[in-house]
Design a binder for this molecule. Structure first.
Ligand SMILES: [Zn+2]
Ligand SMILES: [Zn+2]
Length: 351
């Protein structure tokens, strides 16, 4: 029947994590990631997203004859980022390849399972919800020399360490107002040298930057670049900073959020829909939601009686989401979809 077009999106990819849940069906898969042998685990719960969206597809297909509008189910690979920095991936690649060329939805909906909420709870927020995620890499060029004679060379390890500490004072002590707009700048890799008594030629740091405001993001990147160059020059070396954006901030369209909230409340109970604070995790769902109005919500996975704050979080090798979240997520997404297609507030259609 005539009605709006909507898209429901689930991401599908796993992570280079060796599973340590001890579950009978724990992953034993292995692979290589950027040259290193790794385990492969659904540590972010995207396998649950696939199962949930398949359940929703089945439920909607069963009502096909009475459905107002059209629904596209978007199963998206490589949400966690490209195999190599800067390579096309994920939601952006699907859009560039024309996923919405012939089917432009009026709205897009997505969800994520989340250890920070109890199973049964759904987290939502109007406006910014998840951060923008950049992958940065910093290469410091020094000059190799004997470890006993640092004055003969330029030590890139010390320069790299100074730059890293400089970035932390940038966030805390320069012009970033962290009270109004959170910024996180983390190094996850610091690689340099091969031997205890050789000062190497170069050091490489790799990390992530999380922001919620595009202007703040630009500013922090510019300051980071200046700190890197100034510290390196002061010590006789050079530094190059490269920053690749993996996902813009995910923001729930306020008008759409007003429509979605009653649907979530109808699906899981008003007292179980939690207003989320800003989350520094990121999601490339934002690429879709920057094209058309989007709404994104979190589905709790911490078993009853456990404290969500002390549970292994998504990306942990011990992340073991409660499977009851599958039904909650499917029920919530189905209600959101049906209500939107009906063009109004909550109905009891999905209970
Ligand atoms: Zn993830
Ligand atoms: Zn994820």
């Amino acid at each position: 029947m005539p009605g709006p077009r909507i898209a429901l999106r689930a991401d599908m990819d796993a992570l280079p994590v060796k599973e340590e849940t001890g579950l009978p069906f724990a992953s034993t898969a292995t692979s290589t990631y950027r040259g290193q042998p790794v385990g492969v685990m659904h540590a972010c719960g995207h396998d649950m997203h696939v199962a949930i969206l398949l359940g929703v597809a089945r439920a909607l297909a069963a009502r096909r004859d009475t459905l107002h509008g059209e629904v596209m189910f978007v199963f998206q690979p490589s949400e966690e980022g490209p195999d190599e920095p800067g390579a096309p991936f994920g939601a952006r690649l699907m859009l560039d390849e024309g996923v919405w060329k012939d089917f432009r939805p009026a709205a897009v909906f997505g969800l994520h399972v989340w250890s920070g909420l109890a199973v049964g709870q759904v987290g939502f927020r109007s406006g910014p919800l998840l951060a923008s995620a950049d992958e940065w890499s910093l290469t410091v060029h020094g000059r190799q020399t004997h470890g006993s004679r640092p004055w003969d060379g330029v030590d890139p390890i010390t320069i790299g360490a100074q730059i890293l500490l400089g970035t932390q004072s940038l966030i805390a002590r320069q012009q970033v107002n962290i009270a109004s707009t959170p910024v996180v700048l983390t190094a996850g890799q610091f690689n340099a040298g091969v031997r205890f008594n050789i000062i190497p030629d170069q050091a490489r740091l790799v990390g992530t930057l999380r922001t919620f405001d595009p202007a703040v993001r630009e500013d922090v990147i510019a300051r980071f670049g200046r700190i890197a160059q100034d510290y390196a020059h002061a010590a006789g070396g050079t530094a190059e900073l490269k920053v690749v954006n993996n996902a813009p901030a995910t923001s729930n369209d306020p008008a759409l959020a007003r429509r979605v909230l009653p649907s979530l409340q109808a699906a899981v109970g008003a007292d179980r829909v939690v207003e989320m604070p800003l989350q520094t995790i990121a999601e490339d769902f934002s690429q879709f939601a920057n094209e058309v109005p989007g709404a994104y919500f979190l589905v709790g996975t911490t078993p009853a009686g456990q404290d969500p704050a002390s549970m292994p979080i998504n990306h942990s090798p011990r992340y073991a989401p409660d499977e009851a979240a599958l039904e909650i997520g499917a029920r919530a997404m189905l209600q959101v979809a049906l209500d939107y297609l009906e063009g109004g507030g909550a109905s009891s259609g999905a209970r």
